[in-house]
Each structure stands twice: as C-alpha cells, then as structure tokens.
Design a binder for this molecule. Structure first.
Ligand code: ZN
Length: 346
C-alpha cells in the first residue's frame, strides 16, 4: 500500500499535538479527484481546529489545510471535466444543495455545510482528495505558493465587503489588523471597489506594507489616540464600513470609528468571543452589525480571476516546508506575520 507524509492531529491541544506521520495515500471516490499537493496556506482555522473546534466536533485523526494548490494525479470514475495533470485549487465549502438556503444560492449559511480540511482531510499532506465539483483551474499567471495564499482570505474579504456590507465607491472603510490575511485582501478589494481605505496595524514596517497594498491612511493601534486619528482623517464624520475579524480586542474601537448609519461587518473572533456592548450607541447612531460567513464559489472564482490579472496580489509572509508545520502555527498564534504563511509540500 502506498504511503505519504501528512501532518496529523489525533487530539486537540497545543502545537505539539501536530504529528508528521506516514499514512495511506487516499483513493478518490467516483465524484472526487486526488490532488498532489504543492502548496497549502495556513489559516486561523487550522489553529482553531487544533485547539478545539468552536462549532461541533471534527473527526479525529485529521489532517487540516483548506487552501491548496496542486496537480490532479487521479480522477474518480464519474469525473469527466478534469484529468490527471490539471493544475487546480478548490472551493473549500461542501454544501448540501438541498436546504432552503442552498436552493436560494445562500450557500454560506447552509446548516449542513462541511469544510475540506475541517470535516474531512485537507492539504497538509502530500496527497488529498476533493470533490470534482469544488475544483477551480489554477490561475496560470500565479505560482502554486501564490494560489494557495488566496482562496479563503480573498473570498472571505469579498463576501464581507461586497456581498454583505455592500461597500460602494466613494465610501470609507476601516480595516483593523492589516497584517491578517483577510485584512490584507480587504484593503485591495475595497480599493478595487473605489472606496477610501484606512487600516490599522502595530509596527512601522507593517504600516508601510499596508500602504503598499493601497491603504490611503494607516494608523498604529499602539498609539493611544488612534481612533481620534481615524475620525480626524474623515473630517470628524467616521467611516461607513469597518471590516473586523479580530474580535473582542477591536470591536469597541471599530464601532467608535463608524459614522452615523455605519456598518460593522464581522467574520472571526480570535482575540476573544465576547465584550460589553453599549446598546444605546447602536441605535442612537443607527449602526448595523453584519455577520459574514466564508464566501461563495463564484466569489472565489472572481477573486482568482482578478489575481490572475494582477488586480489582487497574494500577500505571502513566508513559505515553510511541511516539516515546520508547528512553526507555522506559532507564527499565526503570535501574530508574527504580514499576510499568509504557506506550507510547501512538494
Ligand atoms: Zn444546504
């Protein structure tokens, strides 16, 4: 039986629960393909699953890894659109197609949805299988590392800003934690949409990188008065949209940056899951708080096309070999990065 190297977790816990093991190479079912993985980017999801999932249980042992670029090496008997040798990435949500939300095209709220790399094995292994219907051809102008750096963060940022918050040209958006993967995409997508972008981050170097991505104005959140700086920049009005993935640490300040009628769009809470909300500030200033969950297949396809045309740039902090997977988790947990950490598997 053929075996391969894979990063496997058998239990939840700190970084040393991640084991590099030899496991059996998976066989695709009739409607799946097998992918030889070249690159797999890490997401906060990998860390969250390792620590213990927020929503329901995941099957163990498990190989995580949601953002993959690779080459098909075997196809199931019912797969006709794809062949061995095709370079691909994929959409990571596997939806039921049958619930009222799926039938309305609202797949991101399908109650039955599963995620490749969370509920089934993902790309932190030499080979993985994925449903053929989730595949998207690898954008030809990008490397495997660059492609792996895009799917989750680009579709999440697109869904938050364009589909949920309905960001319009001429509006102003505030994006905290600019070094995060979704934030670094959010800056670029908001600029593409014609918005003015204000970002926050923690060091002079990261501030410069946020400007390079297109941010019009960047504040250092270690400055005590950074919220006032944001509001001053908007001539005292505040921003129309704040895109927040950071959670409890930033919500109160993100709300303070908003103009009257402003929208806070949220997806993620890794700095903490709850904080004290002053309810009057919501209704008095007529604010909206909008939840956003992942992204849709077509949003991902569109983002990949924009990246292939050079309009969205993958933001890679560094690439590491699979043997340094624990170091990759450390970098995310200690916020020691600007953009994506990519694991090179082949
Ligand atoms: Zn469904």
């Amino acid at each position: 039986m053929n075996t391969m190297r894979a990063a496997v977790i058998h239990e939840h816990g700190d970084r040393d629960v991640i084991q590099l093991e030899q496991v059996v190479v998976p066989e695709p079912t009739d409607d799946e393909v097998r992918i030889k993985v070249h690159a797999c980017a890490l997401n906060w999801l990998d860390v969250g699953i390792r620590r213990g999932p927020q929503f329901g249980a995941v099957p163990l042992p498990l190989t995580t890894g949601v953002d993959v670029s690779g080459v098909i090496d075997a196809v199931g008997s019912d797969v006709s659109d794809w062949s061995a040798g095709d370079a691909v990435t994929f959409y990571s949500l596997v939806t039921c197609d049958d619930c009222e939300y799926c039938r309305d095209g609202e797949v991101t709220v399908c109650p039955q949805h599963k995620i490749i790399g969370e509920h089934m094995n993902g790309g932190l292994a030499e080979y993985m299988v994925a449903p053929a219907r989730n595949l998207i051809a690898k954008p030809a102008n990008l490397t495997h590392d660059e492609v792996a750096a895009l799917p989750v963060v680009s579709m999440t940022a697109w869904h938050m800003l364009i589909s949920v918050a309905r960001l319009q040209a001429g509006e102003t958006v505030f994006i905290p934690g600019a070094g995060g993967g979704v934030a670094s995409m959010g800056i670029q997508i908001a600029k593409y949409a014609g918005a003015t972008v204000i970002a926050s981050t923690s060091t002079a170097e990261k501030m410069e990188r946020a400007r390079e991505l297109g941010a019009d104005y960047v504040v250092n959140y270690r400055d005590k008065n950074w919220v006032d700086q944001v509001i001053d920049y908007t001539d005292g009005r505040g921003v129309d949209v704040a895109q927040d993935l950071v959670g409890a640490m930033t919500w109160a300040d993100s709300l303070r940056t908003l103009a009257r009628n402003g929208r806070l769009v949220v997806c993620g809470s890794h700095s903490g899951k709850s904080f004290n909300l002053r309810i009057p500030q919501i209704y008095h200033r007529q604010l909206s708080i909008l939840g956003s969950n992942g992204g849709a297949y077509n949003e991902l396809r569109h983002c990949l096309e924009l990246a292939n045309r050079g309009i969205l740039r993958p933001v890679i902090d560094r690439a590491l070999p699979l043997s340094q997977i624990r170091e990759g988790h450390r970098i995310l947990e200690e916020h020691d990065h600007f953009g994506k950490v990519v694991i090179q598997v082949a």
